[in-house]
Design a protein around this ligand. Sequence first.
Ligand SMILES: O=C(O)CCC(=O)C(=O)O
Ligand SMILES: [Fe+2]
Length: 234
Amino acid sequence: SEEACPHHLYQVQLFSQDPLVVYIPDFITAEEAEHLEYITRDKFTRSEVADQYGNLMNATTRTSRSTSVASDPVVRCIESRALAFQGYDTPRSHLEPLQLVQYNVGEKYHAHTDWFEATSQTTAEFGGNRHSSFFVYVAADEITGGGTNFPLLDAPKDERWCKFVNCDEPWDAGVTFRPIPRNAVFWQNLHKDGRGNRATLHAGLPLTSGSKLGMNIWTREKPLSPQYRSDGLN
Ligand SMILES: O=C(O)CCC(=O)C(=O)O
Ligand SMILES: [Fe+2]
């Protein structure tokens, strides 16, 4: 039985190979989660989305509030972890500032991809397109609903996944990751040739009760220009 196996520390689980999706329990610590909440507590504004031309706007498709996070030693640790996870080869300059997203009852983010279709959002100063995404559940209080749904991924068959994904959903709804504090979902947005992978389509489902604080960690294909980075370094 599994109980007889020696203890090990790593916990990541491959969820899907194509697109690459990896589930990461305990991606951030309780102290880091509290710190993120604390340093952003009065900073949230209505979330923006980019339209097909790359114009940023408030839209009914994304009703959360969000803020980017200024760099500090705790934030740098989280960034380092995200870079190490991706194989150490990616320099910090490829990271967008961490983005926190706050949802209350009824709020959601309609199905979207994190990679951009609009070339105005993938210019050299933005570091090209978003190569990968981590979505981290920072906090979830008394929550129902509010999972992250990938409609084009296959639901897992093994019921041991049910602690991380909602197994009560119809199989044709794809997969919905539960908003479990400090856990993260990682995925690769782009094919090898740089084209966006449509199967990474996903949505933040509406909350039917409680509240949720999430965090996006987006890695671009190339370095962002200093003005768009949290460290502002050259
Ligand atoms: O809220 C979620 O579960 C997903 C949010 C998301 O996909 C995003 O902010 O890009
Ligand atoms: Fe997203």
